[in-house]
Write a protein that binds this ligand. Structure first.
Ligand code: FES
Length: 272
């Protein structure tokens, strides 16, 4: 990510230390395609998630609770008899409970190394692509406020572990029927299973996770368990971008599925 270059504090592609090339760039391929597609994808998710987070409705269809609203901490979850949710906040919190919940997964994704690259390129054009000069005159990378705050990513990783744990719990609860009897499955159960697998794969493929698991070791040979774990995380980490998109899509689809069932568009098909 930007900020790691040694010349970060001097900044700018127009600085005297850089090659004096008059053309904005010398690339002849469609370098703009990737940032354009990225911007469209991220924008679509932002619009969808904003609508759903503020909707404050249609987020529970027994036995499924939307991942955007779980765990539901507000009293309106209790009054709606929402089964797996708890009334932690009492009645003073009248706004959509998703607003509190989403701080953690959104913070995790906003500070993620991959998403940083994605939105720096697609929204800030900093730079828009490899070997394409950015329009900004100065460049300080992530060395100053506010971008230096991106360093909190490692702490968001711990929060993301908790979020994944909660969503795992919700997936277990999805093996019930609409009367909360165990040992049942519907289409929603499959949707939740795919989502939780992708959420865990994305979370564990995090660069911070890779460092926590295998970093700061002098000899891997003295830590065989961490070495194995580091290899697994490393393999996932190589797919971090793909997992970021797949899990973003799956979490939106899981929420949309709950929305469709909760709002009565169709009934959850039950397998047994
Ligand atoms: Fe992407 Fe940690 S680097 S989630």
């Amino acid at each position: 990510p930007p900020g790691t270059a040694p010349h970060a504090s001097r900044g700018g592609v127009r600085s005297p230390a850089r090659a004096a090339i008059a053309a904005p760039h010398l690339r002849t391929d469609r370098w703009w395609l990737a940032p354009a597609v990225t911007a469209a994808g991220l924008l679509a998710f932002v619009v969808y998630s904003t609508w759903r987070a503020f909707a404050n409705a249609d987020y529970y269809a027994a036995p499924y609770v939307s991942p955007f609203y779980s765990p539901c901490l507000a009293s309106n979850c209790r009054t709606m008899h929402l089964g797996p949710n708890a009334d932690v906040f009492g009645s003073w919190w009248a706004i959509s409970p998703a607003i509190i919940i989403l701080i953690f997964p959104l913070g995790f994704r906003l500070t993620c190394y991959y998403y940083r690259k994605a939105y720096y390129r697609s929204f800030w054009a900093s730079p828009p692509a490899c070997a394409v000069a950015e329009p900004h005159r100065a460049y300080t990378g992530e060395t100053r406020f506010p971008l230096i705050l991106q360093n909190v990513h490692r702490y968001f990783f711990y929060a993301a572990l908790l979020v994944a744990g909660v969503l795992t719990y919700d997936t277990v609860l999805a093996f019930r029927d609409t009367h909360y009897r165990w040992g049942h499955m519907g289409l929603g159960t499959l949707v939740f299973l795919v989502n939780i697998a992708l959420i865990w794969a994305y979370t564990l493929s995090c660069h911070s996770c890779r460092h926590i698991v295998g970093g700061k070791l002098r000899h891997f040979s003295k830590h065989p368990v961490r070495y194995r774990a580091w290899q697994v995380v490393g393999r996932l980490n190589a797919r971090h971008m793909q997992l970021a998109w797949a899990s973003l899509l799956s979490v939106a689809l899981a929420d949309f599925y709950v929305f469709l069932v909760a709002s009565g568009v169709f009934a959850d098909p039950r397998f047994f």
